[in-house]
Ligand binder design. Structure first.
Ligand code: SF4
Length: 468
């Protein structure tokens, strides 16, 4: 079900009336001297005219830059933003419909091989494709195995007769693997890959290796969209525009690419790269299923992160995934949250928290709350106490993950000191709330979402590589 502007508006007004009944808990505290006021935060941002002009210049310099829709403005969430969000959701459903129609039944795959993507198809479906092209069914398993073993082009798949390879190429069958445009590695082993999609656009994937009681782990952070329409103020991706949703196979491709770079299987996947996963829910759910069915991952090893999309958390619950839901909160009250996450105007904090509580009730799964700490903005002990009160009020089993903010070029925010992070954490810990601080990994690799892509897009791209 797609987001409707009308429904979002109705939800907004009903939640606002709720918030007034609990105003003593949710009203923002007066800002202490080092905390900028709402007005000062807004005033420090570039004017809409300057931002639009800058986007236009970047678009002219680099055709693959994802410019904002010219009607999009910095500042409060408005009808243009709501329209773009609705469009993104409609496109996600249509994209899933078109990609799943070629994978939902073996006969449909075989009926038309043109435009077929091998990644994401089962061996049985690929067997039907092979049979439709006059080949024995076991070729399907060869195709499926070849893709999972790293074949980037159809010609790279081992054991196929040359005539079948030619047949597949002439039919326009693709592996579904993207070209690796650029990789960077930080001294701690964290990697960041820029993958170039068929049309030339870039997406990011991050690999985070770790040693866990003599077991090697590799967490892969994947993107779910090209760009993002949510405009979160502290996010590099949110400073650009939105181009399109990613298909399920384009998401799985990121996991394969990072695994190949690190030479080990992915143990965990987090949807915390570019894009808002719940705007692309059908393809994200399909990708999570593929990771389990074809990459042998546990559902519990997958985390889906969201800043909140009306009516989406309940739809996620209906899929009965065992994945972890991580909600990006970033503020303990609606006023401050609206400044940091403009889309919160259409999905107030109370409505979001009620949906999280319902999700916990429906799934029994603990919800993780991500809280990015920005110095002087949301990192005071008072904010921690308000956060504690908020989580206690909704009585859902939760875990708080504190994320010291990663610098983004041209941003007004600052990374908090270690002392401020520790003080914030101590307030939650003393109250017995499970809390962790995300270790900043690969800062040198520009590991915050959108940063590496922005850097490269400003430098322009070489010609897109075509993989077949
Ligand atoms: S934080 Fe996530 S949802 Fe917000 S703009 Fe960035 S990518 Fe989009």
């Amino acid at each position: 079900m797609n987001l409707s502007v009308g429904r979002a508006g109705a939800r907004c007004s009903s939640s606002n009336s709720n918030s007034s009944s609990s105003s003593s808990r949710l009203l923002p505290r007066p800002a202490p001297p080092p905390v900028p006021s709402a007005r000062s935060i807004l005033l420090k941002r570039r004017s809409p005219t300057a931002a639009t002009a800058a986007a236009a210049v970047e678009a002219a310099v680099d055709p693959t830059f994802v410019p904002r829709d010219p009607a999009v403005r910095d500042g409060p969430w408005n009808a243009v933003d709501a329209g773009l969000v609705q469009t993104a959701q409609q496109q996600a459903s249509a994209l899933h419909g078109s990609s799943s129609s070629s994978s939902s039944s073996s006969s449909s795959v075989a009926a038309s091989s043109a435009g077929v993507v091998l990644l994401g198809q089962t061996a049985e479906q690929l067997g039907e494709l092979a049979k439709s092209m006059g080949q024995p069914a076991y070729r399907g398993k060869q195709l499926a195995d070849g893709i999972l073993k790293g074949a980037k082009r159809v010609a790279d798949i081992k054991g196929l007769p040359a005539s079948f390879i030619t047949q597949l190429q002439e039919a326009g069958v693709k592996t579904g693997r993207s070209a690796v445009h650029h990789t960077v590695r930080a001294p701690d082993g964290t990697s960041k890959l820029l993958l170039q999609l068929g049309e030339g656009r870039l997406i990011e994937a991050v690999g985070i290796p770790a040693q866990d009681s003599s077991k090697e782990r590799l967490t892969v952070c994947v993107s779910s969209q090209v760009g993002c329409p949510m405009r979160c103020t502290f996010c590099a991706t949110g400073k650009g525009g939105f181009a399109r949703n990613l298909t399920a196979h384009e998401i799985v491709d990121q996991v394969l690419a990072v695994s190949e770079l690190h030479g080990t299987r992915a143990s965990n996947v987090v949807f915390m790269g570019m894009g808002e996963p719940l705007l692309n829910l059908p393809n994200v759910v399909a990708a999570a299923a593929l990771m389990q069915q074809q990459l042998g991952m546990s559902g519990r090893a997958i985390t889906i992160s969201t800043v909140g999309v009306p009516n989406a958390i309940n739809r996620l619950a209906q899929h009965k995934l065992t994945a972890t839901l991580a909600v990006s909160l970033h503020a303990p009250n609606q006023e401050l949250r609206k400044q940091l996450v403009p889309s919160a105007a259409a999905y107030p904090l109370e409505a979001l928290m009620q949906d999280c509580a319902a999700y916990f009730k429906a799934t029994g799964r603990r919800v993780t709350f991500e809280y990015t700490l920005m110095s002087g903005t949301n990192d005071a002990p008072e904010h921690a106490r308000d956060l504690l009160a908020l989580l206690r009020h909704y009585k859902l089993m939760s875990h708080v993950n504190l994320i010291p903010w990663n610098p983004v070029g041209e941003s007004e925010f600052e990374r908090p000191s270690r002392a401020r992070v520790d003080a914030f954490k101590a307030v939650l810990e003393r109250a017995g709330l499970p809390v962790s601080v995300r270790t900043t990994r690969g800062l040198e690799a520009a590991a915050a979402c959108g940063q590496l892509r922005n850097m490269h897009q400003k430098q322009g791209l070489s010609n897109p590589q075509q993989l077949t």
